[in-house]
Write a protein that binds this ligand. Structure first.
Ligand code: AMP
Ligand code: TRP
Length: 339
């Protein structure tokens, strides 16, 4: 019997945040790598879909890999590698561009938002921003992936990967497995502390509402104590009406493995105010990240070891993907090279 296959990725577009951790990486480390054949990728090609600086991309790719390991991904249990080290991603990406449609791409919510942001900054929109979800589909499909553990913002992209797999199989024969997205129970979308209407993102210009995994404890505390709450009084969990407060409740609940509504009831029953909730949330977040920060310092001190992990990871990923991508090339009618 073949083992369940899991694939997911993180872009080296900025410093990883607690949104990345709670929405995705923590589950990769605590659950996914133990129960399946799991691959986790630093998707550097995806980081080039918007204006980028080469030196920064290089630096962040290494840092993202180090942080994945610091968050508990264990190379003895799972495969960790860098996307651009494995050619199969772009090789399959092209075939899937010949499967997807222009209309389908333009409907992607993330494309519409990011393209609007780029235009608002007076910049142009890279073509790769439009085709990005196709490359993401290739990332997933080339491994015969069953499950894709991601935050809520990636649901539409995984849905597209499912559509492309089914369409390809129907036209050319059964080459791909149809994957499905999985989301965490709590904190599937952590919001910006200063702007609770927007997702906490690593590439936001203003960082006072963004909790980075490598922020010093006093910086984490300060950002949480200054979080925007709502004008209502009393503590209640209501994402629609009280988004700022509910975001803090989710952070505290996720950091202490509880449910946000339960946490809210506890604070309401004790007659506690925002100040106490913020202080407890800050304590919980600092404690949650302490071991990650400690391990990151150790891992960053040994770059040769990180290189070795990534080299072995890329080799394994290549070997796993190659036969399926070859089969796809043959299925669409491309002539196999003699040899
Ligand atoms: P990215 O930062 O876009 O490369 O995302 C890496 C993973 O983290 C993806 O699975 C995202 O869905 C997840 N993620 C990113 N930001 C958040 C957030 N604010 N809340 C929950 N999950 C997130
Ligand atoms: N698009 C994802 C994000 O922004 C990152 C990603 C790229 C990914 N390829 C993937 C996630 C494949 C899951 C599977 O978060």
């Amino acid at each position: 019997m073949t083992r369940l296959r899991i694939f997911s990725g993180a872009q080296p577009t900025g410093h990883l945040t607690i949104g990345n951790y709670l929405g995705a990486i923590r589950r990769w480390a605590e659950e996914d790598q133990h129960r399946a054949d799991a691959l986790f990728c630093v998707v550097d090609l995806h980081a080039m879909t918007v204006e980028h600086d080469p030196a920064r991309l290089r630096r962040l790719t290494r840092q993202t890999a180090q942080l994945l390991l610091a968050c508990g991904l264990d190379p003895a249990l799972c495969t960790v590698y860098v996307q651009s080290h494995v050619d199969e991603h772009t090789r399959l990406g092209y075939l899937l561009e010949c499967t997807a449609t222009d209309g389908e791409m333009r409907r992607m919510v993330q494309y519409k938002e990011k393209a609007a942001q780029e235009r608002a900054k007076g910049g142009s929109v890279r073509l790769s921003l439009l085709t990005y979800p196709v490359l993401m589909a290739a990332d997933i499909l080339m491994f015969g992936t069953d499950e894709v553990p991601v935050g809520d913002d990636q649901a539409q992209h995984v849905e597209l990967a499912r559509d492309l797999a089914a369409r390809f199989n129907q036209r050319y024969g059964p080459v791909f497995r149809v994957p499905r997205a999985t989301h965490p129970a709590v904190a599937t979308r952590v919001m910006d502390l200063q702007e609770p209407g927007a997702k906490m993102g690593k590439s936001r210009a203003v960082t006072s509402g963004v909790l980075r995994l490598l922020d010093e404890p006093d910086v984490l505390r300060k950002k949480i104590m200054r979080a925007v709450t709502d004008s209502g009084s009393g503590i209640a969990y209501d994402r629609e009406e009280r988004p700022g407060l509910s975001n803090l409740l989710e952070l505290l609940a996720a950091a202490t493995s509880r449910k946000p509504a339960e946490v809210a009831e506890e604070y309401a029953a004790a007659g506690a105010g925002y100040g106490v909730l913020k202080r407890d949330t800050a304590d919980a977040v600092v404690e949650l990240l302490r071991p990650v920060q400690r391990r990151h310092a150790e891992i960053a001190a040994d770059p040769a070891q990180v290189d070795a992990v990534l080299r072995a990871g890329a080799e394994r990923a290549r070997g796993l993907a190659r036969p399926r991508v070859d089969a796809a090339y043959e299925a669409v009618g491309l002539m196999p090279a003699a040899g």
